[in-house]
Design a protein around this ligand. Structure first.
Ligand code: SF4
Ligand code: SF4
Length: 349
């Protein structure tokens, strides 16, 4: 890779699992000095906006209501306390590992309203869509979703077009691309001249993808390459996309750090509004400022590495997180913190 890079290049990895794999396998030590790898908006929990977290918190403690959530959302601070704190005060907040489990909670006790916090990118949105179809088929009246699903490609366009971010390449996410295929990324090389490679999660796969983007940059021939062909087909997973298309339509969404991005959220189609917690329970998402001093927005845009946040490792630690990037195990701040403890990080200046 060193021989391929004749000038400094900035590459963004767009997947929380890549961030963690790179640290775990000590890959940063192998990068030539002119390759800067920054983390982007790759963790669905991290990009959930403050207003969306607050809406989720407003559900906890409602009469006769169970909030079903993936574990990572439990400790994300909102303007009010966290879901974990609400639970310790008696709110019925249950951790689930799938949308299916949330649906089962609703089917097992029809006297309670179950609201599933539906977060995630194209990786988890098909499962939520399929559960909404199941709930419809069962004519289930006590199941809803707080729909916070987001689409990755529009967020990449926001970053690609931001002159402050200045990226040469994306290491594209593996699991998201299994669903989307390669087509939705084509605009990146064509319109913005950005080199792209989809990577798996093993060390050799990540390094091969970095060599690929370095070569594309050197040859001035940006394109969308897939180095994860054992899992990603160029056309993606048509079945999963068709289920999503039945249930969701693209709508504007607010991302932490990136603001409102056109057509970047999966909202429920009109025929499914009875499963929409916002509609049914009359909730609104009111945007609120992030916690004082928290620079998650800058981290998610790759403008700073986590240690550049003044709160990093001081008032903000995985035990007492201030922003979501320190909560989720796939968040950049949590990854930097964890692997710094193990001496596994080469700091950039
Ligand atoms: S959902 Fe999958 S592809 Fe997306 S950030 Fe998480 S691990 Fe990466
Ligand atoms: S260290 Fe904490 S406060 Fe600072 S950016 Fe990361 S999560 Fe936000």
């Amino acid at each position: 890779m060193g021989e391929l890079t004749d000038r400094p290049i900035k590459v963004m990895e767009v997947c929380g699992t890549h961030t963690v794999s790179i640290f775990r396998q000590g890959l940063r030590a192998l990068f030539p000095p002119n390759v800067a790898l920054v983390s982007g908006p790759g963790c669905p929990v991290c990009v959930t906006s403050q207003g969306e977290i607050d809406a989720a918190l407003s559900l906890a403690g409602r009469a006769n209501t169970t909030v079903a959530t993936y574990g990572a959302m439990l400790r994300v601070p909102g303007t009010e306390p966290t879901l974990a704190e609400e639970r310790s005060r008696g709110a019925d907040v249950r951790v689930v590992t799938s949308a299916d489990q949330a649906l089962s909670l609703a089917m097992d006790d029809r006297t309670r309203t179950v609201v599933f916090l539906a977060v995630g990118f194209e990786t988890t949105a098909p499962a939520t869509a399929s559960v909404v179809l199941d709930a419809c088929r069962e004519d289930l009246d006590n199941f809803m979703i707080l729909n916070l699903h987001k689409s990755v490609p529009p967020a990449l366009e926001t970053l690609a077009s931001d002159p402050e971010v200045k990226l040469e390449a994306f290491l594209l996410p593996g699991h998201v691309s299994v669903i989307t295929g390669l087509e939705p990324y084509r605009f990146l090389p064509e319109r913005y001249g950005i080199a792209c490679a989809v990577a798996g999660f093993e060390a050799e796969e990540i390094m091969a993808a970095l060599v690929e983007v370095a070569r594309q940059i050197r040859e001035k021939r940006p394109r969308v390459a897939s180095l994860y062909s054992r899992a990603v087909r160029p056309q993606g997973n048509a079945t999963a996309r068709s289920v999503m298309g039945k249930v969701f339509a693209l709508d504007d969404a607010t991302w932490r750090g990136l603001g409102i991005i056109t057509s970047s959220g999966y909202s429920l189609r009109e025929e499914f509004t009875r499963f929409d917690a916002l509609e049914r329970l009359g909730l609104t998402i009111k945007e609120a400022p992030p916690p004082a001093g928290c620079m998650c927005g800058e981290v998610l845009k790759g403008l700073i590495d986590p240690p550049a946040c003044a709160l990093f490792g001081r008032s903000c630690t995985p035990a007492h997180p201030i922003g979501p990037c320190m909560v989720s195990t796939e968040g950049s701040c949590a990854a930097y913190y964890r692997f710094r403890q193990r001496g596994n990080v080469n700091w950039r200046d």
